[in-house]
Design a protein. Structure first.
Length: 100
């Protein structure tokens, strides 16, 4: 687990259905910036699920915990996207996108 004195600003977190992990998006320098993290609450392991995703607005696990969806807006293109990915971060699929 990351134990540092910092100014970590968590934008949101969401619990896995089994209660063993959380998805976290926040800001704190280059290590945490623009990254969606999965934190294992039993081991403290932090895994970067998605890097370089700006302005993640929300994320949610599926009821069985096998997948999660997340929404973000790319400020460079002004496009908002909703994506679905497996809980291990593989097999990402675009569900919806809109400009503006």
């Amino acid at each position: 687990m990351h134990n540092r004195h910092s100014s970590l600003q968590i934008e949101f977190l969401t619990w896995s259905p089994d209660g063993h992990s959380v998805l976290v998006y926040g800001f704190d320098g280059p290590e945490w910036a623009e990254t969606l993290w999965r934190i294992d609450l039993e081991t403290g392991e932090c895994v970067a699920m998605r890097r370089n995703v700006m302005l993640v607005q929300s994320a949610s696990y599926s009821p069985d915990g096998d997948e999660f969806a997340y929404a973000y807006k790319d400020p460079a293109t002004d496009i908002s996207r909703l994506l679905l990915t497996r809980a291990d971060g593989t097999d990402e699929r675009l569900l919806y996108q809109v400009e503006g």
